[in-house]
Write a protein of this length. Structure first.
Length: 313
């Protein structure tokens, strides 16, 4: 075979490979902009504006943590929250039955930011069998002896499942950076590693959605004080939260850079105003419901001939 033919063939093959990857990526990009697909698009709540556009960078100071659109009180949002919870429950049951794809939700926030509350309120009514929550603390000795993604990869939801990461691989460019646990030459390349990891997940049927719950420093103070004041909340108080709070500005810089560098066409970040817990729940519930709807999970075809089936006495 002449060298020229071989080169042409190799070039054609590489074009085909690239086209196939592009097509798969394009499908993911559609589900990452669900408002273009859902029949009943926003404005209420107008969550797409909280999505961080890829490559645009992020300034957290530009996002008002008190924002709640025209909603004033918790009771203003309850019917809409209920509607979106019902949508999630119905779509989750289809996703589970379809058993082909999965959803990974990443929750990140400062201490008291509301990660636990979000899980409790948004997933109320969802069949626990189709959901799994993974909470990540400081790595164990065994985890720390592996590459940083190792422990997270094992918890990526399998087909049919919704997986929720309460903290995530992002800690490895957040706390690790702020507390100087590894040098910059180690954490900085991780943005790119994370983008490639998440891209690979999306290509194997995982829809990746990331939420940063944005609270103000004052709001954190109020929440910490209320944990101290209420005997039933004291168990949640950790002296470590006070130590982390002293690094508030460094955390903001770390979040800003991490989110700005890892909001991609296939795995977007949403920066959700979270001083009002009820508005935060509504925005997140709506975003998840619309994303699931854009995925359009279907119940599998039943076996043939079921009409003629009778169940023996
Ligand atoms: P909490 O979620 O409040 O129970 O706290 C968990 C703690 O684990 C937080 O202080 C995190 O910063 C810490 N943590 C989580 N992931 C990592 C990590 N990869 N490296 C170091 N610390 C971590
Ligand atoms: Mg904590």
């Amino acid at each position: 075979m002449a060298d020229g033919t071989r080169t042409t063939r190799a070039a054609a093959e590489s074009r085909r490979t690239r086209a196939a990857a592009d097509a798969a990526t394009e499908e993911k990009t559609r589900t990452a902009r669900p408002e273009l697909v859902v029949a009943d698009p926003p404005p209420e709540p107008d969550y797409p504006r909280y999505r961080v556009e890829p490559g645009a960078g992020l300034r957290l100071a530009d996002v008002d943590p008190d924002e709640s659109e025209h909603f004033r009180k918790k009771k203003d949002v309850l019917p809409e929250l209920e509607r979106n919870r019902d949508r999630i429950a119905e779509l989750q049951s289809r996703l589970y039955a379809e058993n082909r794809r999965s959803v990974l939700l990443v929750l990140q926030a400062m201490d008291t930011g509301g990660k636990d509350g979000t899980i409790k309120h948004v997933f109320e009514g969802v069949n626990p069998q189709g959901c799994q929550v993974s909470s990540f603390k400081a790595p164990s000795a065994e985890e720390a002896a592996h590459d940083f993604l190792w422990r997270y990869h094992q918890h990526v939801p399998s087909r049919g499942m919704i997986g929720i990461f309460n903290r995530s691989h992002y800690e490895d460019v957040l706390v690790v950076r702020v507390k100087d646990l590894v040098p910059e030459e180690v954490w900085r390349p991780r943005y790119e590693v994370i983008n490639q990891f998440e891209h690979a997940l999306t290509l194997s049927g995982v829809t990746v959605l990331k939420f940063y719950l944005h609270i103000s420093k004052d709001e954190q103070k109020r929440r910490l004080e209320s944990r101290l004041a209420d005997p039933d909340k004291r168990w949640k108080f950790s002296a470590n939260d006070l130590r982390e709070r002293r690094h508030w500005d460094a955390y903001m810089a770390a979040f800003e850079e991490a989110i700005g560098n890892t909001s991609t066409e296939h795995a977007p970040w949403y920066v959700v105003p979270a001083n009002n817990k009820w508005y935060r729940n509504l925005v997140i519930a709506r975003t998840i419901a619309d994303t699931l709807e854009a995925m359009d999970p279907r119940y599998p075809e039943p076996e043939e001939g079921l009409d003629a089936v009778a169940v023996d006495d």
